[in-house]
Write a protein that binds this ligand. Sequence first.
Ligand SMILES: [Zn+2]
Length: 417
Amino acid sequence: VRAPLLERINQATVRRAHLSLVLRTLSAEGPSSRSVLAARTGFSKGSLAVLVADLESRGLVKGDAPEPAGVGRPGQMVGLDGSGIYGIGLEIGVDHLSVLTLNLRGEVLLERTVLLDVPSSGVQLALDVAADLAAAAADSVASAGATVLGVTVAVPGLVDCSTGRVDISVGLSWRDLPLAEALRERVRHPDWPLRVDNDVNLSAAAEHSVGAERTAADIVVLSGGFGAGAGVLSRGAVLRGAAGFAAELGHLPLDPAGHRCPCGRTGCWETMVGLPVLLRALAAPDDRIHDPAMDPQSRLAEIARRAAAGDDRTLRGLRQIGTSIGLGASVMANLFDPQVLVLGGWFAVLSDYLLEPVEAELAARVVARGTGYRVSVSTLGLQAAVLGAALVPLEALLHDPTLVPVRDNERNARSMA
Ligand SMILES: [Zn+2]
């Protein structure tokens, strides 16, 4: 005999949902007086006081947050804390690995990038470097007296998020790699939740959480890395499909008469807009821009410098690639009817020269105009993916604040009071 529905809803689940509502409201809207927070969440002042005290004892909110000048009385303002709780983001790119630690207040403690030719270095070396970066992040969090909530790894390619397995990454030359499992063996913290996700999916989530598109719920991100890809946010959630492979624009054959792709097909979008294509279009083979020792930022800065100086070959190359980016963008606009198309990664860095051809291609090809889309440029630059990765454990916390335990000293202080 099954119990009635309401009885089956566990009290702890309800409690978690209530704590989450308060925490998410403070995260989205900033510090608030208790009366405004009660009105926004629908709790009575008494219930809210209990919830705020609980969140305070977990180090997630401050019940005496500083107030904006002239508003409220001391002790009445509640604000987000979480300064001692960090998410770690790792990114494994084709030519680099990065790590970033971020707390609930949006503060970055450590940010580091190591240049490495991942496909030719082999899987083991890349995993060792990734584990070293995770260890460095863990050390910096520990020396700040803070706690790590979890690690998420961003990878260019098709990732089964439920298992952390990389199905295929053309850029990294990885196939059927149990990445989460392999990294868990190397990272010295078996208790950390370790997730793996596609880099552009994570970039899309970051645009919505901390980027310029916080108010948009239907977003398509087109991101230029070494390869190129797209991520779709639909009604505020990343569109994944059955196995997490949805919106795989990078290997859609948009130029059937075009170049052979390392994935084995011909004319994939990535062969039209990836970084190697840009570099080939822009510079002769002996140009220093091809130097593998040059870090991504410097390489893009050099291209921007040449474009600003009016270099003809650079401007022609950027226009040609902009048209191809626009072709991909128009496919995504027709399929997903977004409010906004965001140019990310190096597409954002060089957007001054790409926006015009992208917009022209969209104007010519988009049928599904809906309420009208706009094109915007990511403000997160080359860090969107690693930032999105660091955000994953923090987003999980916003939905379940009990992931962080009540602190012992708080308990002791209370029992003594
Ligand atoms: Zn391909």
